[in-house]
Design a protein around this ligand. Structure first.
Ligand code: FAD
Ligand code: NAP
Length: 486
């Protein structure tokens, strides 16, 4: 908030009195000190010196990109942060684009970093890139069907995200780590609601649009930005749609269950283990934070992947009274809007294949990704023998969905739960303390000598990092551990 206030103060934060300049590489290099620090992100140069003391990662982290192109570093750490809005008062200008014609995509990326000419954006060098999908369309009197041929057998409804906003039709299909986009300004109006179907064994996705008038279309429409491109997902931006707040319920003294409704003209299902970004404008600046969708309760049967019209997204969110984003979220009224991005994350459902033992280590709201994982594993993995959750919290009052967890453990003999408190009252007779070798070695017992195991871990970053170190010390391999981070 202090940073936002400074940006609104009218102070000249670039030192250029409102002028925007074209910056050469030589010029950029000169501004490499704390009190004179310029950084280029995606071709735009920012004077970040006034931001130094506000950077959550600290000054040294920011200085790693001083006087240079920080795009790759930025993308590695927090690609989702809305720097354009956060740093708009620090904008110095654009990089002067080099005249040399780069030979290939990778060279070009270095030079232009994010300002790739559209025709070059696909990554022809990536050896393991899947085959590019293609699309076609056909019509009847009342319907227009867009068909995406993914050329992949095992495609699910959560692989395709469809939005229709302001006459623009957008269908993004995620295949492995790649994104295929259909982005069209439709030639005619359609109704808000449409359906999405998968013809699984041939990898075909059909999006059926309803015409508002029964006329024959001579063309589907005109191509919009990045239409028909198949590019690495990391090179795509985040796409948002406005969702309405439907309900907000207390879960603990500081954590609430929010229910948001997608627009009727959106098809989006968040895959298990993935998160989305919520965006709000706070005193004129767009702020974005990641959150992990959950099911509405732990005990509901796992239905999501088969429900075609899944319009509600639930979040368990802890409100930090001194936080930037969560108090704003908490102040929203029922019916207000929040923007939700398309999903991100690197958890793969294939990690469950032939799984026998699943161990979940969660601290605080780090429990959120475990909810769908737990539901899915208990319902869909026939080989599963044991699921154990070790849930770290400060006090009993902080435990999210405690009674639901206990009921689930009672109902399903494969599931066990262990609560560990770091600041319990004297009445607590369960486990106490922090994540430690002693706690883990006792907890992480395989059901059979060589059973296939997966350990998921999520919580405050230092908790997760320490947990991973301890798991390696206990001889669990990289493939047996999945940590949730942004
Ligand atoms: P912040 O402004 O980030 O502050 C958080 C706390 O830190 C406050 O108590 C604040 O006072 C303190 N603080 C801030 N800056 C400083 C400082 N410089 N020095 C000391 N203290 C400071 N959270 C959920 O509740 N539910 C989820 O499902 C969820 N999913 C997530 C998924 C991912 C992938 C990630 C990375 C995070 C997730 N989070 C989730 C956390 C969430 O993104 C936010 O970080 C969280 O909501 C806090 O946001 P905030 O802006 O309100 O608080
Ligand atoms: P919290 O209540 O502050 O802490 C939960 C428990 O973790 C407490 O027992 C706490 O002990 C312990 N803990 C905290 N830091 C630790 C450390 N360095 N080493 C060992 N134990 C530690 O947690 P919270 O406020 O709910 O925060 C949850 C965190 O999870 C947030 O940082 C959020 O960003 C993250 N999260 C990440 C994802 C994701 O997908 N990446 C999803 C959801 C949440 P103390 O009493 O000593 O503090």
């Amino acid at each position: 908030m202090d940073w936002i206030r400074l940006t609104k103060s009218g102070k000249d934060l670039t030192g250029l009195k409102g002028r925007l300049i074209e910056v050469t590489e030589e010029e950029l290099k000169k501004h490499n000190k704390k009190d004179d620090c310029w950084i280029c992100i995606r071709g735009f140069v920012y004077n970040v010196s006034p931001y130094m003391e506000y950077h959550p990662g600290g000054e040294d982290e920011l200085m790693r990109a001083a006087g240079s192109d920080g795009t790759d570093l930025f993308d590695q750490v927090h690609r989702w942060v809305n720097y354009e809005s956060m740093l708009k008062e620090c904008l110095v200008g654009r990089m002067a684009v080099k005249s040399a014609v780069p030979k290939d995509y990778h060279e070009e990326k270095k030079v232009l970093n994010g300002m790739l000419p559209k025709s070059q954006a696909a990554d022809p060098l990536a050896k393991e890139s899947p085959v590019s999908p293609s699309y076609d369309w056909f019509q009847t009197d009342s319907l227009v069907t867009i068909v995406i041929y993914t050329k992949q057998k095992d495609i699910n409804l959560d692989a395709v995200i469809v939005d229709y906003q302001n006459d623009s039709f957008r269908a993004e299909t995620i295949i492995k780590d790649y994104s295929y986009l259909i982005h069209i300004g439709l030639s005619h109006e359609i109704q808000e609601e449409f359906s999405v179907r998968i013809v699984e064994n041939v990898g075909k996705i059909e999006i059926v649009l309803k015409k508002t008038e029964n006329t024959s279309w001579t063309c589907l429409g005109h191509p919009l930005e990045n239409h028909n491109l198949f590019i690495p997902k990391k090179d795509t931006g985040l796409y948002y749609r406005k969702c309405q707040l439907i309900s907000k319920e207390d879960v603990t003294h500081d954590t609430k269950l929010f229910c948001l409704m997608l627009p009727p003209s959106t098809h989006l299902q968040v895959p298990i283990g993935q998160h989305v970004y919520l965006k709000l404008t706070i005193t004129g600046t767009e702020i974005v934070k990641p959150y992990t969708p959950v099911s509405d309760s732990l005990l509901s049967e796992f239905k999501e992947p088969v429900l075609p019209n899944n319009k509600y997204i639930y979040f368990l969110i802890k409100i930090y009274p001194a936080g930037l984003f969560t108090p704003e979220l908490d102040h929203l009224q029922i019916g207000d809007f929040v923007s939700i991005s398309s999903p991100e994350g690197n958890f793969k459902i294939s990690q469950f294949q032939e799984l026998e033992d699943l161990f979940l280590l969660a601290a605080g709201t780090g429990f959120t990704p475990m909810i769908k994982i737990l539901n899915y594993a208990l319902t869909n993995i026939p080989t599963l023998r044991k699921v154990k959750l070790m849930f770290f919290n400060k006090t009993e009052d902080d435990i999210i969905w405690r009674s639901q967890l206990e009921k689930l453990a009672f109902k399903d003999k494969r599931f066990d739960i262990e609560f560990v408190l770091s600041a319990p009252t004297s009445e607590w007779n369960g486990k106490q303390g922090h994540i430690s070798p002693a706690l883990l070695s006792e907890f992480l017992k395989r059901s059979l000598d060589k059973s296939k195991v997966l350990i998921c871990i999520c919580g405050p970053m230092p908790f997760t990092e320490q947990g991973i170190r301890l798991l390696h010390d206990l001889n669990f391999s990289k493939d047996e551990i999945h940590s949730f981070t942004a």
